[in-house]
Structures are given as C-alpha cells and as structure tokens.
Design a protein around this ligand. Structure first.
Ligand code: HEM
Length: 141
C-alpha cells in the first residue's frame, strides 16, 4: 500500500467537549425559562445523571458513539401537559445555544436533528394523549 492509499480517519467537526458544553449551556438557559424551567425542576431529580444521559444522547447522534441507554419517548409521554408551544420554546433555546458555540457545522447538524426528534416526540405525544384530535405540527423556530 502506498502512502496515498493509507486510509485516513477524518477528524469529526465537533468534539465531546463541545457537546458537553452544548448540553450544559442549554440547561443553564432552559432551567431559567419560565415555561420549561418548572417542568425540568419537577421531573429531574439527579442533574448530574441527567447531564451524563443527555451528553451520551447527543454524542450518539452527532458522533456515533454508543453510550446512550434511555427511552426518550416514554419519558416524554409521562410528562403531563406538553404542548407545541413548549416544544417550540425548547427548540428555540436549543438553536440559540448552538449558535453561540462558534461551530457552524455543529449548530447546523444539532439543530436539524433536534427538529426531527422534537417532531417525532410531539407526534408520539399527540397520538398517545389526544388520538381523536387533529395532529398539530410544530412551527419552524
Ligand atoms: C417540551 C419540550 C421538552 C421537555 C419539557 C422535556 C423535558 C424532559 C424531562 C423532564 C426529562 C427527564 C425525564 C426523566 O428523567 O424522567 C427529559 C429527558 C430527555 N429529553 Fe426531553 N424534553 C423536551 C424536549 C426534548 C427534545 C426535543 C429532545 C431531543 C431533541 C429531548 C431529549 C431528551 C432525552 C434524550 C432525555 C433522556 C431520556 C431518557 O433518560 O431516556 N427532549 N426531557
């Protein structure tokens, strides 16, 4: 094999450190938010464990690591009175947080993934909690 045939592993455009920073920065904002903050405070009992869980989740989605062990759909189905406004607010804070990271590739990719996941969680939520009502789509934030 000549030098030019040696496979090179391309470095990821984002790091575990940036993902950890994204998760912490997101929750710093979300916990202060008047609509989302009380929900997190009511349901998250162990914040250190939640941070680890969320870092593993985003690391899995963005870096392809395989540490996340969780079940986001049932966890969100169990939260009473979620609404499109709450999901849109969540996405707004997430997007704002990613834009402050100074890594456009990470911001673009993480936001696109969050939008798709939020859409799925919200669809699942409606199908479980209000199956007889017309589906409401999330507005783009
Ligand atoms: C209305 C918007 C949302 C609210 C109020 C919310 C709230 C919460 C709460 C309270 C928990 C902790 C649940 C528990 O441990 O019992 C949680 C977990 C989690 N959330 Fe959300 N969330 C929202 C949207 C999202 C979105 C859009 C995503 C992904 C893009 C997401 C990803 C996760 C993940 C991965 C977990 C951990 C699940 C697990 O431990 O299995 N959440 N969320």
């Amino acid at each position: 094999m000549t030098q030019s045939q040696i496979p090179v592993s391309h470095p990821s455009p984002y790091t575990e450190e940036e993902i950890s920073h994204l998760v912490h920065a997101f929750y710093t904002k979300a916990r202060k938010d008047p609509s989302l903050g009380p929900i997190f405070e009511a349901h998250v009992t162990d914040w250190d464990a939640h941070f680890v869980q969320m870092i593993n989740f985003w690391s899995g989605n963005l870096l392809g690591t395989n540490r996340f062990r969780g079940a986001p759909m049932p966890k969100h189905l169990a939260i009473p009175e979620l609404s499109p406004q709450l999901f849109e607010r969540w996405l707004q804070i997430f997007k704002q947080t990613t834009q402050e990271l100074d890594n456009p590739a990470l911001a673009q990719q993480a936001t696109a993934m969050a939008n798709r996941i939020a859409e799925r969680l919200w669809m699942g939520y409606q199908m479980t909690h209000s199956p007889d009502k017309p589906m409401v789509a999330l507005r783009e934030v």
